[in-house]
Design a protein around this ligand. Structure first.
Ligand SMILES: NC(=O)C1=CN([C@@H]2O[C@H](COP(=O)(O)OP(=O)(O)OC[C@H]3O[C@@H](n4cnc5c(N)ncnc54)[C@H](O)[C@@H]3O)[C@@H](O)[C@H]2O)C=CC1
Ligand SMILES: O=C(O)C(=O)C[C@H](O)C(=O)CO
Length: 259
């Protein structure tokens, strides 16, 4: 595929792995990275659910491979890294975009619910960074983009476990950036505000009053779209951001400064 981006955003020749690429923000990021010229690997728990993203990439002339991984299972992450290696695929760009929601009173949270959220968002992110960071270190170059959230630095009632996980993702990002800078690996994060993905749309159907609550905290006056987040990923994946590391980029319509 010919890059449709400015030269400083050109990802031609780069293999980009997007974990959680079946839908929502991960799908939009995968499509945008392909438009920037990257060769894509999209990974998720179910091979068939990756079909729509793969078709969208192929329809515009992009190259894409589908792979299965469950980031809550460290062995599964290792198997993904080994399997891609056997296919000669060595991602120099990794986007950790798997996720699941979870809302409820902190009085009611069970250890299983805590583990379910932290295993995917924090533990899964760490071990994916480790598995692919090792390969990037061998190459002396890599870019990792983790998905944090506006809830990493602000708080919401009913989101305590998620807030803690995402604050962890942002701080983990800074720690890995510092440790791995000598290996040429840049580690950054995106912190979106509420973004209209299938998961959030379902939640808003169940709690219709929540849409106004979220929108009223966003000075730009609307919830984000997955495509709003994808532009930040292209920046952090591309040579344009080569001197940026350890940063969490808010894509929040101004949320962090509102009341
Ligand atoms: N949508 C939003 O408002 C915001 C989302 N985020 C974060 O962005 C990321 C993506 O969010 P959305 O697109 O809304 O989510 P989504 O629920 O639409 O998509 C998440 C993807 O991750 C996959 N996934 C879940 N558990 C997995 C596992 N164990 N292993 C591999 N894949 C797994 C799902 O199958 C799905 O394809 C998440 O980390 C989320 O926390 C951050 C801020 C705002
Ligand atoms: O109800 C919420 O809270 C949201 O929908 C906010 C998003 O889920 C979010 O910011 C996730 O990081």
């Amino acid at each position: 595929m010919t890059s449709q981006q400015l030269p400083e955003h050109d990802l031609t020749g780069r293999t980009c792995l997007v974990i959680g690429g079946a839908q929502g923000i991960g799908a939009a990021i995968a499509i945008a990275l392909a438009r920037a010229g990257g060769s894509l690997v999209i990974a998720g728990r179910h091979h068939d659910r990756l079909a729509a993203t793969a078709s969208a990439i192929e329809a515009s002339g992009g190259k894409v491979t589908r792979a299965v991984v469950d980031v809550a299972d460290v062995d599964s992450i290792g198997a993904l890294a080994a399997g891609l290696g056997e296919q000669g695929l060595s991602p120099s760009i990794l986007v950790n975009c798997a996720g699941l929601g979870g809302m409820g009173s902190a009085f009611e949270v069970t250890p299983e619910q805590w583990d379910g959220i932290h295993d995917v968002h924090l533990r899964g992110t760490f071990f994916a960074c480790q598995a692919f960071g090792r390969r990037m270190a061998d190459d002396g170059y890599g870019k990792i983009i983790n998905l944090s959230s506006t809830w990493a630095t602000t708080v919401g009632v009913g989101r305590s476990v998620y807030c803690a996980a995402k604050a962890g993702v942002s701080h983990l990002t800074a720690a890995l950036a510092t440790e791995w800078a000598p290996h040429g690996i840049r580690v950054n994060a995106l912190a979106p505000t509420a973004t209209l993905t299938p998961t959030i749309e379902q939640r808003l159907k169940e709690h219709p009053e929540r849409e106004a609550y979220l929108r009223d905290r966003i000075p730009l006056g609307r919830l984000a779209l997955p495509e709003d987040i994808a532009g930040g990923a292209v920046f952090l994946a591309s040579p344009a951001s080569d001197f940026v590391t350890g940063h969490t980029l808010d894509i929040d319509g101004g949320w962090r400064f509102s009341k």
